[in-house]
Structure formats: structure tokens, C-alpha cells
Design a protein around this ligand. Structure first.
Ligand code: HEC
Ligand code: HEC
Ligand code: HEC
Ligand code: HEC
Ligand code: HEC
Length: 182
């Protein structure tokens, strides 16, 4: 009980503190698509088994605390290791766990984490996150109940043109080919 309280205090502190170092990152969306090194994907399919349910569910960390590019650029982006270390400099995780030591290893080596990309539309399609986020569409409408998911999987929808258009028709958004293809 005492430990839970302690962790919650650290989380609250880190969330507040981080507001000070939210930086302009336009043009640097944190994607690691260009990563060429052989990633060490464990059984989770990711280099670190990152639990969304713990962070966004149990500790209620806002999606945009980590995916802070979503409201102002096309890519939502995945946070740099420094964002993780804001907490995991001091939050250890369970005794004997492998994941936090692995995370700190990337930090010490100055290496980005080579996350495996999950959601992706083909190159001929443009998807602007900021337009959708600023229209008040919840992340969960497209990505499912992420705050209940352990290691993230593609849920809810396949990203087909029909899926995009169904909502665009319903919401009276554009159906112009060149809005999505250019
Ligand atoms: C503490 C940081 C953190 C928080 C909070 C967080 N995420 Fe993430 N998210 C990550 C990281 C790291 C990844 C990359 C690893 C992975 O895919 O599991 C990721 C991946 C994702 C992906 C998949 C990206 C891809 O490769 O296609 C989606 C979708 C996503 N997050 C949505 C959300 C939503 C919605 C919320 C809020 C309910 C949220 N995230 C909260 C850190 C976070
Ligand atoms: C705002 C604080 C905060 C941030 C930022 C944060 N975490 Fe966490 N994380 C926690 C807390 C609290 C726990 C739960 C620790 C516990 O239960 O002992 C946790 C647990 C974890 C676990 C589970 C550990 C295990 O072995 O089960 C992993 C993995 C993890 N975090 C990775 C990350 C990664 C990667 C990032 C950056 C994308 C990140 N965290 C960012 C607070 C944070
Ligand atoms: C209208 C549907 C929709 C909404 C709302 C939405 N996303 Fe996405 N998301 C997508 C699609 C489509 C992709 C694939 C985009 C691509 O390949 O360019 C994606 C990709 C991602 C990715 C991985 C690629 C990237 O952009 O970095 C992350 C992370 C992500 N979304 C997080 C979020 C978060 C967090 C929110 C809420 C703040 C959110 N998304 C809201 C549809 C949506
Ligand atoms: C859940 C509903 C929903 C889904 C699903 C959705 N969109 Fe949208 N989209 C909207 C709304 C609403 C707007 C209008 C936002 C505004 O008014 O700025 C919009 C706006 C856009 C725009 C900007 C159009 C312009 O006027 O310039 C593009 C591009 C776009 N969406 C592409 C996509 C693509 C590609 C997909 C599928 C991968 C998709 N959307 C899926 C609701 C959705
Ligand atoms: C709201 C966004 C959106 C609009 C508007 C849109 N598309 Fe698409 N389109 C997509 C997405 C997402 C895909 C990729 C997924 C798929 O193939 O279903 C796609 C795929 C395609 C493909 C490739 C299909 C294939 O099998 O590879 C063609 C061709 C295409 N669109 C033509 C059009 C034409 C012509 C229009 C105008 C009448 C149009 N699109 C309007 C989002 C859109």
C-alpha cells in the first residue's frame, strides 16, 4: 500500500515536471521507421514489453503525455527514451523484472528503442492525426481501448479506405480523393 502511494507520487511529480520540457518537435515525430539495426524482439513482438494498461489505465497517464505530437502533426509519434526515464530513473518495476533494466540499457547506450510499428497506412495515403484529434475524435475510436491492453495489438479496425470513408460520410468530412491521396 505504501509503495503504491510512493509510485503514484512519483508519477504525479514526473507528469507535472515534464510540462516544462515538452519541446517543439515538429518534423521530428519520434518514429523509428528508419532504424536499421536488428531489433531484439522478445516474445511480445517488441524490444520492451511496454504495458499500456499499467501506464494509461492504472496510473492514468494521458495518451498525449507520451504521444505529444498527435495534436499538432500528422504522426502521433512514440516518445523518446528520455520521456520514459523521467519516471524510470527512479521507478524500478517488479523485483527481478527484465524490462526496466533493458529500458535503462537503451538509455545508457544512447540508443533509440527500435519499436515495431503496428498501425500503418500505405505510402500513397495521408493520415493527419492533428485534424482528427482537434476534431475531438477519441484515440480509442480508432485504436480501441488501449488503456486496457497490455502489449498493444492492432484492434478494432483494419485501416481500409472503406473504414475511413464510412466515418467521413457520417461526420460530413471530406470524400475528395486528393485529401487522402497526393
Ligand atoms: C508512458 C507512455 C505512453 C502512454 C501514456 C501511452 N502510450 Fe501509446 N505507446 C507508447 C510506446 C512506447 C509505444 C510503442 C510500443 C508499442 O507499440 O507498444 C506506444 C504505441 C502506441 C500505439 C501503436 C503505435 C504503432 O506502432 O502503430 C498506439 C495506437 C498507442 N500507443 C495509443 C495510445 C493511446 C490511445 C494512449 C492513451 C489511452 C497511449 N497510447 C498512452 C507509449 C505510451
Ligand atoms: C509518468 C511515469 C512513467 C512514465 C513516463 C513511464 N512509465 Fe513505465 N511505469 C511507470 C509505473 C508507475 C510503472 C509500474 C511500476 C510497478 O508496478 O512497480 C511502470 C511500469 C513499466 C513497465 C513494466 C515493468 C515490468 O517489468 O513489468 C515497463 C516495461 C515500462 N514501465 C516501460 C516504460 C517505457 C518504455 C516508458 C517510455 C515509453 C515508460 N515506461 C514511461 C511509470 C512510468
Ligand atoms: C480517426 C482515427 C484515428 C484517431 C482518432 C487516432 N489515430 Fe492514431 N492512427 C490512425 C491511423 C490510420 C494510423 C496509421 C497512420 C499512418 O500510417 O500514417 C495511426 C497511427 C498511430 C500511431 C503510430 C504511428 C504514428 O503516427 O506515430 C500512434 C502512436 C497513434 N496512432 C496514436 C494515437 C493517439 C495517442 C491518438 C489520440 C491522441 C490517436 N492515435 C488517434 C488512426 C487514428
Ligand atoms: C472516426 C471518424 C474518422 C475516421 C475513422 C477517419 N476520419 Fe479522417 N476526418 C474525420 C473528421 C471528422 C475530419 C474533419 C476534421 C476537421 O474538420 O478538421 C477528418 C479529416 C480528415 C482529413 C483532412 C481533410 C481536409 O479537409 O483536408 C484527412 C486527410 C483525413 N481525415 C484522412 C483520413 C484517413 C486517411 C482515414 C483512414 C485511414 C481517416 N481519415 C479516418 C473523421 C474520421
Ligand atoms: C478519407 C480518406 C480517403 C479518401 C477520401 C479516398 N481514399 Fe483511396 N484509400 C484510402 C486508404 C486508407 C487506402 C488504403 C487502404 C485500402 O487499400 O483500402 C486507399 C486506397 C486506395 C487505392 C488503392 C487500392 C488498392 O487496392 O491498393 C486507390 C486506387 C484509391 N484509394 C483511390 C481513391 C479514389 C479514386 C478516391 C476518390 C474517389 C479515393 N481513393 C478517396 C483513403 C482514402
Amino acid at each position: 500500500m505504501k509503495k503504491q502511494w510512493f509510485i503514484a507520487a512519483i508519477v504525479a511529480f514526473a507528469v507535472l515536471g515534464s510540462l516544462a520540457f515538452v519541446q517543439a518537435r515538429d518534423g521530428d515525430n519520434g518514429n523509428q521507421e528508419e532504424e536499421v539495426a536488428e531489433p531484439d524482439y522478445g516474445p511480445s513482438g517488441q524490444p520492451i514489453a511496454f504495458p499500456h494498461n499499467t501506464h494509461a489505465g492504472d496510473y492514468q497517464i494521458d495518451c498525449q503525455y507520451c504521444h505529444f505530437a498527435a495534436e499538432r502533426s500528422s504522426s502521433a509519434g512514440v516518445p523518446p527514451v528520455a520521456t520514459c526515464m523521467g519516471c524510470h530513473g527512479s521507478v524500478d518495476g517488479p523485483e527481478g523484472g527484465q524490462e526496466i533494466p533493458r529500458l535503462r540499457g537503451y538509455w545508457e547506450d544512447g540508443e533509440p528503442i527500435p519499436w515495431n510499428r503496428i498501425y500503418k497506412v500505405p505510402d500513397h495515403v495521408q493520415f493527419p492525426h492533428m485534424r482528427h484529434v482537434n476534431a475531438d475524435i477519441q484515440c480509442q475510436e480508432c485504436h480501441g481501448p488501449v488503456e486496457e491492453i497490455g502489449v498493444i495489438q492492432e484492434v478494432a479496425q483494419p485501416l481500409t479506405m472503406g473504414w475511413c470513408l464510412d466515418c467521413h460520410i457520417q461526420e460530413s468530412a471530406t470524400r475528395d480523393c486528393t485529401a487522402c491521396h497526393y
